[in-house]
Design a protein. Structure first.
Length: 203
C-alpha cells in the first residue's frame, strides 16, 4: 500500500523467512529496501524517516519501551508513527459468538489447515512470555507512547478497513474479523518548533 502511494519504503523483520515472502512479493520493485533487523534496535540513522508503520508487531515486542524510543529516534521531527494492532489474548463478547459460528461452519466445510492445534499451542506458549501476552489495549499503550515523547495521539476508526476486509473475505474469514478488538493509533514526534522559539526568541 505504501509503495502504491509512491513512498520509498524500508521493510524490516528479524525473520529471514518473513522477509523472503516480502521480497518475492515485491521482486523487481526498486523503491523498497529490505533489512533483516530488530525493530527494537534497528541500527538505522537518527531522524531519517517521515513515518514508521507497523501492523501486528507491537503485541510481539519483548521490550516495547525500547521500541518506542527507537522509533522516536528514527523519525524526523514532525514524523508520524502508525500502530495497527489488537488484543489477541481474548475474544470480544461478539467474537465469542463468531467463534462458535466458525466452529459450526467448520463441521461442514472442514478445518482451516493454517490454524492447526499445534500452532495454537505454540502461540499460547509464546504469548505467556510476552509483556503484552495478557492483552494489548489502547489503554496500556497510551502511557508508553506518551513517555517516549510522542504527541498528537489519535485513534482513527478502523471501521472502513474492517468493512473492506469483510467485503473481500469468505464467510469464515468474515466471521474472524469479529474475534478480537483491534485498533489504529497515530501519533507524531514533536516538530521541534517550540524548542526553536526558546532558542531564538523574537523581540
Ligand atoms: C504477527 S507477525 C505480523 C506480520 C506482518 N506485519 C503482518 O501484518 O502480516 C509479527 C512479525 O513481527 C516480526 N517481529 C517480531 N518482533 C520483531 C522485532 N523485534 N524486530 C523485527 N521483527 C519482529 C516477526 O518476525 C513477524 O514477522
Amino acid at each position: 500500500m505504501l509503495l502504491s502511494l509512491g513512498h520509498e519504503v524500508t521493510a524490516l523483520d528479524f525473520s529471514e523467512a518473513m522477509l523472503a515472502v516480502a521480497r518475492r512479493k515485491h521482486a523487481g520493485n526498486g523503491s523498497v529496501r529490505f533489512i533483516l533487523a530488530d525493530a527494537e534496535r534497528t541500527m538505522e540513522p537518527d531522524e531519517t524517516y517521515d513515518a514508521v508503520v507497523c501492523r501486528h508487531l507491537v503485541w510481539t515486542l519483548t521490550e516495547p519501551e525500547q521500541a518506542f524510543a527507537e522509533w522516536f529516534r528514527l523519525l524526523k521531527p514532525g514524523g508520524r508513527l502508525l500502530v495497527f494492532d489488537g488484543d489477541w489474548s481474548k475474544p470480544t463478547p461478539l467474537g465469542r459468538l463468531a467463534s462458535v459460528a466458525v466452529a459450526a461452519l467448520e463441521r461442514i466445510i472442514g478445518h482451516d489447515p493454517h490454524y492447526d492445534g499445534a500452532m495454537s499451542e505454540r502461540h499460547g506458549a509464546i504469548m505467556e512470555r510476552l509483556p503484552f501476552g495478557d492483552g494489548l489495549t489502547v489503554e496500556r499503550l497510551l502511557p508508553l507512547i506518551e513517555d517516549a515523547g510522542f504527541e498528537n495521539i489519535e485513534l482513527p476508526s478502523r471501521r472502513p478497513i474492517a468493512a473492506a476486509q469483510r467485503r473481500n473475505a469468505d464467510l469464515r474469514n468474515r466471521l474472524r474479523t469479529f474475534f478480537y478488538r483491534r485498533f489504529f493509533l497515530v501519533c507524531s514526534r514533536p516538530s521541534g518548533n517550540a524548542a526553536q522559539v526558546d532558542h531564538f526568541p523574537t523581540h
